[in-house]
Design a protein around this ligand. Structure first.
Ligand SMILES: C[S@@+](CC[C@H](N)C(=O)[O-])C[C@H]1O[C@@H](n2cnc3c(N)ncnc32)[C@H](O)[C@@H]1O
Ligand code: SF4
Length: 442
């Protein structure tokens, strides 16, 4: 890790203590009084593996996928039951406080915002999605909908109907590009746009999002305009445009060159201005929506519980990540143990940095929300940093809301990429090779 990265981390966390991820975990996850809690379920199966992809996945096989889901249901049960057990040990006063903050909570069920299925290609498990959702609903009340990622090849009326009947109201399709030359660079087959249009228009979802990768070699704003226009014309109401990230452990055979910083910035600004000129709302650094009901974000929650291989959990005092190994996962669950590979217990400042980093992803930070979450004033904790960010033109402040400017969004995006390569790349590489590493210091 470079000296600058270490110095920035020390400054922001006001400590020389690194993020220490250790092979240990709490048997009981304390999520009873977490507000704005989201759920994530990871299904690590794909029909074909894309070389550029860093996520935890393995080749699909019906039997392996079915078996995995049996264990997944057990993990949900183990974590879900913790809530009732924790509430029984609380005083009446604490119970009252929780019921005031989470109005829908019942003695046995915890209220959560959303549930997202990611992967891998979770739609390959469409036959059992209803079973997984029912198991989750035994313990949780979902208030803001259920989303599932799909590979374009999963886009059949039959799969979409199964998802819809199971209660899914948001889908996100990994289009990457509608252009064959970009797809072939990514090692993907060309798409039949009419077939995609027909499928998504035959089953109605509240959100139909499409993922695109930008900053591929020689990609121009006209290429991106074509992708954006096609997406919204054929039925999407939300798009995510991710910058291509060259993880060190992916793409070994067929290296895709990365775009230089200046061209990338120009492209990102052009994409943003184009989407805004069309009346689309930027609802996060990389996403744009056609209407305010279209939302797809598995990342912007204050706290979340993750189920399945590689799924992460963020609570008030800790961040934990499950093993990336399907066998390691099944082995732990069969022993009635959580499949956690690594946990970091935060200092207060480290938690604040996590909070600010992920909240900034929405392009705005509300100081009242921060004050409420930490019981401390954002201005008091990070007044100097916010002042510098304002001076540099990264943010503007109005009524306690810090809104990122176009320049700020680019730099956030730039540093997010940098930190992904400094932190996530290292962690995922190790976890991809060892089921339960002893520790990782970042
Ligand atoms: C789990 S996949 C989506 C569902 C499905 N598996 C698919 O690929 O169509 C999540 C998304 O991550 C993005 N992604 C994967 N590898 C990436 C990389 N190296 N850089 C940027 N985005 C990437 C792709 O846009 C992809 O759609
Ligand atoms: S990009 Fe999607 S289909 Fe390709 S390997 Fe990753 S998760 Fe699987």
């Amino acid at each position: 890790m470079s000296l600058i990265t270490t110095m920035t981390r020390n400054w922001l966390t006001r400590s020389t203590k690194p993020f220490l991820f250790e092979n240990k975990y709490d048997d009981i996850l304390d999520y009873k009084d977490c507000e704005n809690l989201g759920l994530y379920v990871h299904i690590p199966f794909c029909k074909k593996i894309c070389e550029f992809c860093p996520y935890c996945k393995t080749i699909y096989d019906t039997k392996a996928c079915d078996e995995y889901i049996d264990y997944l249901l057990k993990e949900i049960e183990m974590v879900g039951q913790m809530y009732d057990n924790q509430r029984q040990s609380l005083s009446t006063e604490s119970l009252l406080k929780i019921s005031q903050s989470c109005e829908y909570d019942t003695p046995h069920k915890k209220t959560v915002t959303s549930l997202y299925f990611g992967g891998g290609s979770p739609a390959l498990a469409a036959n059992r999605i209803d079973e997984i959702i029912s198991k989750i609903q035994e313990y949780f009340i979902i208030t803001e909908g259920i989303g599932v990622e799909l590979h374009p090849e999963d886009l059949t009326i039959s799969t979409l109907s199964k998802l819809k009947n199971a209660g899914v109201d948001k889908i996100s399709i990994g289009i990457q590009s509608f252009q064959s030359h970009s797809l072939s660079m990514l090692g993907r087959s060309s798409l039949d746009i009419n077939k995609i249009k027909e499928a998504i228009n035959s089953v109605e979802f509240e959100t139909v999002s499409m993922d695109f990768i930008f900053a591929l070699p020689n990609q121009t704003i006209d290429d991106l305009k074509y992708n954006i226009d096609t997406a919204f014309t054929i039925g999407a109401n939300h798009i995510a445009i991710y910058p291509f990230i060259d993880f060190t452990f992916t793409n070994k055979e067929n290296k895709i060159p990365t775009m230089d910083k200046k061209t990338k910035r120009k492209l990102l600004d052009e994409v943003t201005l184009y989407c805004q000129s069309k009346g689309y709302t930027r609802d996060s650094i990389w996403t744009f929506s056609k209407n305010h009901t279209a939302k797809y974000s598995s990342m912007t929650r204050d706290n979340f519980l993750g189920f399945g291989c590689s799924a992460t959990t963020l609570l008030k005092n800790q961040f934990k990540v499950n093993t990336f190994s399907v066998d390691g996962y099944k082995d732990r669950i069969s022993k009635n143990k959580l499949p956690t590979a690594l946990t970091t217990y935060f200092t207060k400042r480290q938690r604040m940095i996590y909070y600010l980093f992920w909240t900034a992803y929405t392009t705005r930070i509300n100081s009242d929300d921060f004050n409420k979450f930490f019981g401390k004033s954002l201005k008091k904790m990070y007044g100097l940093e916010l002042f510098i960010a304002k001076l540099l033109g990264f943010i503007i402040e109005k009524d306690g809301i810090y809104q990122m400017t176009l320049k700020g969004a680019f730099y956030y995006h730039y540093y997010e990429n940098y930190y992904t390569l400094s932190y996530i790349d290292k962690m995922w590489y190790i976890l991809g090779n060892e089921s339960f590493p002893e520790k990782i210091v970042l």
